[in-house]
Design a protein around this ligand. Sequence first.
Ligand code: LLP
Length: 417
Amino acid sequence: MDFFHYQDNHLHAEQVAIRDIAENYGTPCYVYSRKTLERHYHAFTDAAQGHPHQVCYAVKANSNLAVLNVLARLGAGFDIVSQGELARVLKAGGDPAKIVFSGVAKTAQEIAFALKTGIKCFNVESAAELRRISEVASELELLAPISIRVNPDIDAKTHPYISTGLKENKFGIDIKEAFNVYQLACALPGIEVVGIDFHIGSQLTEVAPFIAALDKVLALVNTLESAGITLKHLDIGGGLGVPYDSEKPPHPSAYAAEVKARLADYQHLELIFEPGRAIAANAGILVTKVEYLKPTKDKHFAIVDAGMNDMLRPSLYQAWQQIIAVAPRQDDTPLHTYDVVGPVCETGDFIGKDRPLAIQPGDLLAQRGAGAYGFTMSSNYNSRPRIAEIMVDGDTCHLIRQRETLESLWQGEQVLP
Ligand code: LLP
C-alpha cells in the first residue's frame, strides 16, 4: 500500500497535489512519499518480529541522501555495493555497524575504506576476494568480518537480467564449493567468519524459490556447525517483488513467516534482509509532461519530456509500469492507445507501450513504481541534465535533489590547451 491517491480528480502524494509539485519544480521529476517508505520498511521489521533480525535496505534501489536518512532514522541497516554507496550511507547518518558490503568486484581500496569504517560484514563472492580481504585486513592490522555469499543454483523465475542465483550467473560461490571456502576463511589471517548469505534475484513473486534456497543453505549451516564453524547471522538477500501490474507477490509478513518457521531451531542466527525494491518502488512516481501527440498511420505516440535516460527499466527489461493521468480528463478528449515515448534518439526510448489514455499536449502523466531503480539508473545520455527529486512528507514538499544545470553536464571536462 502507498500514499499516492486521487483527491478531487487530482493525483496527490500524501497531502500534496502533484500538479503543484510540477508547477513549482518543473517536469520531469521524481516524487517520493516519506510515509510510504516508512510503511514499507516497517512491513519488514514487523514481519521479522520474534526472531533476531536486521533489515539492510539495498542502497542501489534508491540512494538519495534523504531516502537513506529517513530509513536510517528508523534504525535501518544498509546493503551496499561500492565505496560510493558506503560514503552516501555515512553522509546520510547510517550506522556503519549495520552495513553489509555485497558485490563481485570489491577493490583493495574499497575494502580498506570499509574496514576502517567498521562495517558489519563483507559478503564475499569468490575465494580470490577472500584472499584480498585477508591481505588488506592484515596490512591494516584489522579483523574483517565476513560472510560467504553462496550461489544455491535456484531458479528465481524472474527476468534473466535480474536473476542471480543460478550457477551460470556471476554471483556467489557454488554451494558445493562453499564449505572449502569457509575452511580457507578460517585459516586466513585477518578474517573473522560471522555469517552466510545468498541473493537469488529480484522481483520474485513467489516464496518457493526463497525457501528452496534457504533449505539448501541451512543444510550447509549444519555441515559448517558440525565442523566447528559457527555463524552469527544468516542473510537471505533482497528480491521480494512488488505489484507493478497484476503480479501478486507475497506480503513481507507471509514471506517472513515461512522463513522464520524454517529458522525455529536457529535462534542464534540473526536474520538479515536486504530489500530494495519492496521498500522503494511504490514509494515513488515519475512525473512527466506530454509535449506532443503524434498520430501516424499505424500508431498514436504520446511524446513526453521524460526519456530512457531518466527511467531505463522499460527499455532495458521491457518492464511494465503503470502510467496514469495526474488529472484524468473529464471532457470529450478521445481515448487512444498510445506508445508513451521520450525525447531520446533511440527506438528503444519508451516508458510504456499500448496504454489507453485520453490526453492532450501539456497534460501531466505519472509513471508508478518508479521509486526503485529509477533515478539510480538514470544518466545524462543525449546531454540531458538529470532530473529533480522531491520528497513529500505530509503536506510539505522537500527538494531532495535539484535538477542538474547545463553547466553540470560538462563538470570536470576540459578542452585541449
Ligand atoms: N542484495 C543484493 C546482493 C542485490 O544484488 C540486490 C539487487 C538486492 C539485495 C536488492 O534486491 P531487490 O530487493 O531490490 O530486488 N535494476 C533492476 C534490479 C537489479 C537488482 C540487482 N540486485 C531493476 O530495475 O529491475
